[in-house]
Write a protein that binds this ligand. Structure first.
Ligand SMILES: [Cu+2]
Length: 183
């Protein structure tokens, strides 16, 4: 009997000890958790700040990407192009309207396979591909041929791309433009 009682007492003791130890462990864990939580809070704060900065950069890159789709030539930025893709559109660019040293419309969008006609005095305003000082700018294989006589000329754009053009006499004073060709 005595042995059994002391054994029981021992069991109760060790149970109590075990519980107490567990309790200590829990407290330690809780403390650690609280500390970790504070650490996470700081981390999130920094992360949010960086995230906003990156988002701004991303928006900037997006704009740059849009510019890449339609490169700017001869003052024709993506927003400057007017839509002339409709089948009913005449797609005629007037050379020096009213004697002004410009093309009108200056920057137009068409579809691959469509033609553009330049109308006006090509002797006074000889037309060429590219930009003043660089005939090679723009998409390769521009159908625009060097033209310095006649009252009109037409070119067909079979390949998607951006094809700048200019007047060889007045290009440097703003007589320039560009054709953007969609697929
Ligand atoms: Cu000219």
């Amino acid at each position: 009997m005595l042995r059994a009682e002391s054994l029981r007492a021992c069991l109760v003791m060790s149970l109590a000890c075990g519980l107490a130890a567990c309790g200590d462990d829990n407290n330690d864990n809780n403390n650690n958790s609280v500390d970790s939580g504070a650490g996470d809070g700081d981390g999130d704060g920094d992360g949010d700040g960086d995230g906003d900065g990156d988002a701004g950069g991303g928006a900037g890159d997006g704009d740059a990407g849009g510019g890449g789709a339609i490169p700017t030539f001869n003052g024709c930025a993506p927003a400057d192009y007017t839509d002339h893709t409709a089948a009913s559109d005449a797609r005629v660019i007037t050379i020096a309207p009213g004697g002004n040293l410009v093309y009108s419309p200056k920057c137009i969008t068409i579809k691959a396979g469509q033609s553009v006609k330049w109308e006006g005095d090509l002797t006074v305003h000889p037309l060429d591909r590219g930009t003043p000082g660089n005939d090679d700018l723009g998409s390769p294989n521009s159908p625009i041929e060097d033209t310095d006589s006649g009252d009109s000329v037409s070119f067909t754009f079979d390949t998607a791309g951006t094809y700048p053009y200019y007047c060889k006499v007045h290009g440097t004073v703003g007589m320039v433009g560009s054709i953007h060709v969609e697929e």
